[in-house]
Write a protein that binds this ligand. Structure first.
Ligand SMILES: Nc1ncnc2c1ncn2[C@@H]1O[C@H](COP(=O)(O)OP(=O)(O)OP(=O)(O)O)[C@@H](O)[C@H]1O
Ligand SMILES: [Mg+2]
Length: 255
């Protein structure tokens, strides 16, 4: 079953079209790795799926678990289970990381974390960050660790992960990605993970590899060999070759 279906989606930013007539769907319970050149619109797509106000849906529809969510607000979509980690997590001065994590867990600021929650915060090496304002003065990798922990505590059904591995050291990558994989396995949730590198696939077991290229979304199986082909032959040839091999089968044409 498809958890997400995007039909003829056109997204504009300040009136300028960034994505035009995009069509694709995501399989429930599967992890999808999304590749694509810089500027191809990957982060824009995530913003539009989240319903962030600066991404205007000029036309088309988004269905989540069979429900048309195109006109739903970001809040409503988050409550349905669409959650994300950002490529450039913003600073939120005046809000403590610990308080935000408690909010995500449904706790008041006065309540304590459970021993299990404390263990996870410790594993993410964020215990000493709980009293700090979110991302203020955090290093690049610390921001990413904090983003992924927030995402796990949010308990979403569809995880949109915008370059969770960028600027992250090898040990932190192992930590972030294996915790994500554990969450995905335990909850059966679906992931769309954007990356420019292959290392994260050592930990995230992804069935599908997708490429956003020239305004079209192409999905095929085996993201590991796709990444190798992209490195060797480029995005265009990777898509063209897979279309030839699969007789043109992909997510767009499957119906
Ligand atoms: N606020 C904005 N105003 C004008 N153009 C924008 C704005 N935000 C994004 N764009 C443009 O939209 C295009 C897609 O940007 P986006 O950030 O979605 O790319 P991306 O695929 O995530 O790239 P990267 O791999 O570098 O993160 C780019 O050409 C970018 O310059
Ligand atoms: Mg981006």
């Amino acid at each position: 079953m498809d958890i997400l279906e995007v039909k003829d989606l056109t997204v504009t930013i300040q009136g300028k079209p960034i994505l035009k007539n995009l069509n694709f769907s995501l399989k429930e319970g599967a992890s999808h790795i999304l590749f694509g050149p810089n500027g191809s619109g990957k982060s824009t797509l995530i913003g539009a799926l989240l319903g962030l106000p600066s991404y205007e849906i000029a036309s088309g529809k988004i269905f989540f678990m069979g429900q048309d969510i195109t006109s739903k607000s970001a809040d409503e979509r988050a409550k349905l289970g669409i959650v994300a980690s950002f490529q450039n997590p913003p600073e939120i001065a005046g809000v403590k990381l610990g308080d935000l994590l408690k909010l995500f867990l449904g706790k008041t600021p006065e309540e304590d974390f459970s021993p299990e929650e404390q263990k996870l915060i410790e594993a993410f090496r964020l215990t000493s960050f709980l009293d700090r304002d979110i991302n203020v003065g955090f290093s690049g990798g610390e921001r990413k660790r904090s983003e992924i922990l927030q995402l796990i505590f949010l308990k979403g059904k569809l995880l949109l992960l915008d370059e969770p591995d960028s600027g992250v050291d090898v040990e932190s990558l192992k930590l972030i990605a294996s915790q994500l994989q554990r969450y995905i396995e335990q909850t059966g949730s679906t992931a769309l993970l954007i990356t420019h590198k292959g290392d994260i696939m050592d930990y995230i077991k992804a069935k599908y590899g997708c490429i956003l290229l020239n305004g079209a979304f192409h999905c095929f199986t085996d993201p590991v060999s796709m990444y190798r082909d992209i490195k060797n032959y480029g995005y265009e040839e990777c898509v063209a070759c897979r279309r030839r091999k699969t007789g043109g089968w992909n997510f767009e044409q499957r119906k």
